[in-house]
Design a protein around this ligand. Sequence first.
Ligand code: HH2
Length: 284
Amino acid sequence: MDPIRIGARVFDGPGPFLMGVVNATPDSFSDGGRYLDPEAARAHALRLVGEGADLLDVGGESTRPGAQDVPVAEEIRRVVPVIERIRAAGCAAPISVDTRKAEVARVALAAGADLVNDVSALSDPAMAEVVASSGAPIVLMHMRGTPADMAAHAIYRDVCAEVERELGEALARAVKLGVPEHRVVLDPGLGFAKTAEHSLRLLATLPRLRRLGRPLLVGPSRKSFIGQAAGAAVEDRLPGTLAALAACVLAGVEFVRVHDVAPARQAARVAAAIRAASSPGESG
Ligand code: HH2
């Protein structure tokens, strides 16, 4: 991939780079309530970096299916103290803010975040301007509808072709609104307006998305397609997560968003070594 700068770090080469999840929420689908306290979230973030996270994703709103919007002020109240504390701890890892709201992104970037992770790909009309004027990169993720109603939009004739086309349109829209293309990362949005079959099909066809010419981020961690494929409860999905992660790495995905960084690190390294062995000369 072309190198991409996120905060103080330039991410260059195939990675895979691990984005560690820090959910400062009461209701996230797998770890809701564990890191709502900013001090617990800070400790968790530093633990993830110690385990090998290359960057951190701090979120203050659950986007699980059926989740309702969190008011802007409440989301800011959840994420900003966490970002400030991670920064104050001298943590070198870049920090992403997982938000759909321009005002949350603006305040989080001012507090020290380096990247905006927007699962709604610029649904807030003010988001492009906030991102463009800050110079921060952005993740544009594929979804249809909102977390509250996305399940009803999981209807595709050809999920790979439609996600590829809609991600391409999101990229073009961002560029038109002033976000430079070289600052965009794209994500197919596993589980967002996707059935388990759709998510599995997207994982199987990830190399197609490389045609969009941008680094890819994928978030398979603990998601329900793993539960459905393996019959595993949410607290039991680490092995399935690692299998999905290996598929991402073998497909050349640069960034993988995970909750369990230490085991993901080992799985990613082995998958990357297999990938490198299939194309001698490549290093990552
Ligand atoms: N998945 C979740 C949240 N944010 N961002 C990107 N770019 N890609 C993803 O796949 C993605 C994401 C859902 O996971 P989690 O944050 O653990 O759950 P919740 O939304 O319930 O907080």
